[in-house]
Design a binder for this molecule. Structure first.
Ligand code: ADP
Ligand code: MG
Length: 238
């Protein structure tokens, strides 16, 4: 676990500035949800946390360490994407162990970690299956398994549920929250779905056009929205 500090971060693509100075403090173990309409800069910010995108100005720290110039592989972060393509020719166990293999872990260590992650995610009976033999929810759990085997300091989720049907989405919300309660890993979770934000977050960050409109607990945002945008966004149906 680790705190994360995003301080006055700006991002431009060419002459086009998409993030206009974003500051977000995240405490150790917190589950923070970044929410906002499509195109407001959520994925860009998450990609910068993961080290997949350069920071134009400002700083990002993980714990005490400024990571602006730290390569993705050197950051103790694991990311779950919306299109969590599993490797079709690998078993569930191999899918989950692959990132450890890339980091040159030994096979005993890999087996131990995969086994533990499988227990946490109720995937133990499925370890020898291939992705095509799994349901949508099981595949999603394997994608999370790939992240948790590394026991990272920080989890990043980018709209991980948006390709699932409504019923499964609700079930997976609960699973992800339970996972967080168990592991207590600092989490930054991106969604454009305000219901997801309200039900999952310790702290919600409402973004709009490259700025933070407001942050607070779900109750604070619901009771005391600071402006029309937040009031409309939080109050409107998904
Ligand atoms: P969100 O995840 O909130 O939907 P994004 O972070 O994906 O938003 O995008 C924010 C803005 O940055 C959008 O206008 C998008 O078109 C632009 N953008 C994202 N990535 C790039 C890129 N690699 N090059 C140019 N513009 C980009
Ligand atoms: Mg996005």
């Amino acid at each position: 676990m680790s705190s994360v500090h995003i301080r006055d971060v700006r991002k431009s693509f060419g002459n086009f500035e998409v993030l206009h100075g974003v500051t977000i403090p995240i405490e150790d173990g917190q589950f923070v949800v970044l929410v906002g309409p499509s195109g407001c800069g959520k994925s860009t910010l998450l990609r910068m946390l993961a080290g997949l995108e350069n920071i134009t100005s400002g700083t990002i720290s993980i714990g005490e360490r400024v990571v602006n110039n730290v390569q993705p592989k050197e950051r103790d972060i694991a990311m779950v994407f919306q299109n969590y393509a599993l490797y079709p020719h690998m078993t569930v166990a191999d899918n989950m162990g692959f990132s450890l293999k890339l980091r040159s872990a030994g096979s005993d260590e890999i087996n131990k970690r995969v086994k533990r992650a499988a227990e946490i995610l109720a995937l133990t009976p499925l370890l020898d299956r291939y992705p095509r033999q799994l349901s949508g929810g099981q595949r999603q759990r394997v994608a999370m398994g790939r992240a948790i085997v590394r026991d990272p300091q920080v989890f990043l989720f980018d709209e991980p549920l948006s390709n699932l049907d409504a019923k499964l989405r609700v079930a997976m919300r609960t699973e992800i929250k339970e996972l967080h309660q168990r592991l207590k890993t600092t989490t930054v979770y991106v969604t454009h779905d305000q219901i997801e934000a309200m039900t999952m977050a310790d702290k919600i960050v409402v973004m709009h056009d490259g700025i933070v409109e407001q942050m607070g607990t779900p109750l604070e945002l619901y009771d005391k929205p600071e402006n029309q945008f937040v009031a409309g966004f939080i109050g409107s149906p998904a």
